[in-house]
Design a protein around this ligand. Sequence first.
Ligand SMILES: NC(=O)c1ccc[n+]([C@@H]2O[C@H](COP(=O)([O-])OP(=O)(O)OC[C@H]3O[C@@H](n4cnc5c(N)ncnc54)[C@H](OP(=O)(O)O)[C@@H]3O)[C@@H](O)[C@H]2O)c1
Length: 337
Amino acid sequence: MTEPTPSYSYCQVTKDILQGFRPVEAKFLPKDYPALSNKTAIVTGCNTGIGFGVMRLLYEKNRNVIGEVKRPNKKVLQEFPLSKGSISIIGNCDFSDLENIPKVALEIKNALSGRPINLIIHNAGLMSSSNNGTSKQGYKAMFQTNVMGPQLLQYFLDPLFLKQDDDLKRIGWVSSGAHLLRFPEYGINWEDPGFTKVLVTKRPSANKLYGQSKASNILQAKAYATKNREIFDKMGCISVSVYPGNLKTYLQRYWGWLRRKTIGELFFDGKYGAYTELYAALSPELTVKDQGSYVVPFGAVAPPRSDVAKGLLNGTDLKFWDMVDNMIELYKEIAYI
Ligand SMILES: NC(=O)c1ccc[n+]([C@@H]2O[C@H](COP(=O)([O-])OP(=O)(O)OC[C@H]3O[C@@H](n4cnc5c(N)ncnc54)[C@H](OP(=O)(O)O)[C@@H]3O)[C@@H](O)[C@H]2O)c1
């Protein structure tokens, strides 16, 4: 970064971290969801955890869900035999290899068969317990899975999504309170966010790397809206980032027993994460004025860390988006659509 980065208060950060354990009450619940049929949502990482909960709640409400996963799990279909919605699961969506993504997007296009996309929730995410995971393309695995993969997928979905074809259009980029503790310059290690230039042994801790990927999601949500402002205004589309909560899901699968039994025990049931993501996706409380906002557990808007919040106003989000775009440029050329 060339300009000085705004500073932030550690006191505020500590307060915000504690807030994750004292979330606002979930008020926007399944009974409040509009029971509109013929709406289609794309949800990544919906074979487990929060994504699975989101798919379940949407299907129950007669919505069509196109889920992208590494390993398909369709057990929701048996749970709600009367649902008039549909579930199409697209397997082999593995963000750790960017070459997969164009093919996944083509399969989504086929599954849509001309229907509009109403909602996109970039929910899939990886939280490793070590700093040594590296993607097929040589980037730190969490950065590629949580940041580059979703941005590349979105590039291929744009021709299908950025259309004035329905009154409900929203997109959520799933972030985390973990962004609070990370790199001082807007949460990002700008020189080398994918940690390709240092030995694995010189990489920062896994927590720090996960936090960077989640600060990235906050920047992406705002940048995506700004980049597409004209069509967004016509579509009435809203793009937000979402911190779903501190939740017991498979995300903590790499934690040791002691950590799961101590910190993990303070976490909430995973269903609250689905409520938060669906607040972001469906709540009428959010309007175009909330473009790029940060949704916090279990359904409210709050500012992210103060430097990241400033980054959403001073163009840092756009710089970040362009930097990631350069990193994925090569894979955009694989023309499947
Ligand atoms: N749980 C929390 O406390 C918490 C807090 C803040 C933010 N979040 C965020 O919420 C989102 C959902 O997490 P969760 O708690 O539901 O965790 P989860 O149960 O582990 O679910 C994560 C999903 O992402 C998928 N995924 C992981 N690596 C992938 C890859 N390389 N390519 C494609 N998909 C991949 C997983 O697929 P596989 O199962 O096949 O690996 C799984 O479906 C994540 O973005 C996470 O960062 C969670």
